[in-house]
Design a protein around this ligand. Sequence first.
Ligand code: DLL
Length: 436
Amino acid sequence: MPDIRIWDPVHECMGRDQLRQLQFDRLRETLDRVYHNVPCYQEKFREAGFHPDDLKCLDDLEKLPFTDKEDLRRNYPYGMFAVPLREVVRIHSSSGTTGKPTVVGYSRKDLDTWTELVARFMTAAGVTPEDIVHIAFGYGLFTGAFGLHYGAERIGASVIPMSSGNTDKQLMIMQDYRSSALVCTPSYALTMADRKERAGIDRKSFDLRVGLFGAEPWSEEMRREIEERLDIIATDNYGLSEVMGPGVAGECQHRCGMHIFEDHFLAEIIDPDTGKVLPEGSVGELVLTSLSKEAFPVVRYRTRDITRLDYGTCECGRTMVRMQKTMGRSDDMLIIKGVNVFPTQIEEVLFQMEGCEPHYLLVVDRVNNVDTLEVQVEVNEKIFFDEMKQQKAFVEAVEKRLASTLGVGARVKLVEPTSIPRHEGKAQRVIDRRKL
Ligand code: DLL
């Protein structure tokens, strides 16, 4: 039987008219805040001939330009903050399109909101104070671990801040400490299932009953496989660092889309090519505007995630719109082992290595449920004809540089000069063989 517990029924089950009024009031405050505190927004608004006082209804938002990763890159590291640093109590970051990551900040109130919203979706997924929540996201600049950690604590669950890696130890702790809720990427959940089966561990020796998975795309088939092999209910949750981290949206136990917490985020669907807002029910790129953030508000942030919004009522009683599982991206970002990787980051590294030619191909695959990345790169004749020993040292040097830049390992394969296919028009540099 689905659990009907709702963390914040006043907001999560709000009437749509009342919600729109709340969104409007909060949007006005947000526009005022960014206009007066963030030069980048002030400039954008001026260029669009828009003043925050011009906002008369929610649809007026369409008159404003978008924000994207490029704006964050240009204002690296703190240029998009809307409060002085002394009011920022936490900093996280996410991959940028080039060597520099994007930086996001939280005020004390932002951290409180974040915690509340994570508690919302964890409750919607069925987590209660009785649960022992095993967090296997990496603690660090990534928002996943800290976000879910504080949300679970707020619910009153017992949190195990396990962090990522060392799968055997993870399994031991899960068995011994009787973890009942697992938090990680869906692909890592499958890695755990593999290891458990290989070690011949009986599924009855686990108390796991629910999984809260996110940070990367996954299919319904993958959900079924995780549920079957770990004997749990697997739920999906969505978020992105620039908008807050996890806690933007999450599934309830009916699992028919992730409820977007619309009292804090305004969602639009646009055509990624024209930027036009699409009619309700269309598939397109999700654009989000934060409605309550103090330190790092975002106005019309292009997530690049392709999805569809469903405004139909959900049996759980929540009135918040549901987003479908993402169907891809409108840019070339890859998510490898839960880590966001842009081909441009790889290109930058290759171009810095003497001997590499500007021709490369990225081959992404999933082997035994683990993502793999192979970087095939053309090298000049000197290196190609060098001794094996020198070639090996060269490959190792590139791999080391890639691992430290990307935060995830890649296998480098040197290929003969001119062997990578040349394209007239747009180069095709990525082959993704995973079936997501
Ligand atoms: O991945 C935040 C997060 C952490 C979400 C933990 C859920 C759980 P970023 O590292 O900035 O933030 O990556 C954001 O990851 O634009 C999507 O492309 C992808 N993504 C996140 N959640 C999902 C999901 C975190 N449930 C980018 N399904 C986003 C598909 C997801 N893609």
